[in-house]
Design a protein around this ligand. Structure first.
Ligand code: MYR
Length: 131
């Protein structure tokens, strides 16, 4: 159900979230307009995601329940796991530089893909529409 090409439509509180992550203002301004696109291909419990934005293109492969490493667009390295809880993908990632946890979910809501983020008490959302 997550399969398809998803383009960023809008964000909620993303600037505050990035600020909490320690991202400087110039990068935050660029990130607000990053044209994020994700092509998601799920086969059983394996996911392949092609991420593309104004910052980079990146291929991500993971298996539900199996920890993997990922670098955020600003270079911050995290390690963690996605699980499927009902229809919601739930990710728990830990920053390698300070051991703080970044929680994230992906869910389909009214035909949109809603990705939520929580870091150090700050919540944000990014909402994607199917291309
Ligand atoms: C993926 O499934 O796309 C790869 C794993 C995602 C890990 C968590 C992503 C959080 C991204 C937060 C970006 C905020 C920039 C400060």
């Amino acid at each position: 159900a997550f399969n398809g090409t998803w383009k960023i439509e809008r964000s909620e509180n993303y600037d505050k979230f990035m600020e909490q992550m320690g991202i400087n203002m110039v990068k935050r301004k660029l990130a607000e307009h990053d044209n994020m696109k994700m092509v998601i291909e799920q086969t059983g419990d394996k996911f392949h995601i092609k991420e593309s934005s104004t910052f980079r293109t990146k291929d991500i492969d993971f298996t539900l329940g199996v920890p993997f490493d990922y670098s955020l667009a600003d270079g911050t390295e995290v390690s963690g796991t996605w699980e499927l809880e009902g229809d919601v993908l739930t990710g728990k990632f830990t920053r390698k530089d300070n051991n703080k946890v970044l929680n994230t979910t992906r869910a389909l809501v009214g035909g949109e893909l809603v990705q939520s983020y929580n870091y150090d008490g700050v919540d944000a959302k990014r909402i994607f529409k199917k291309a």
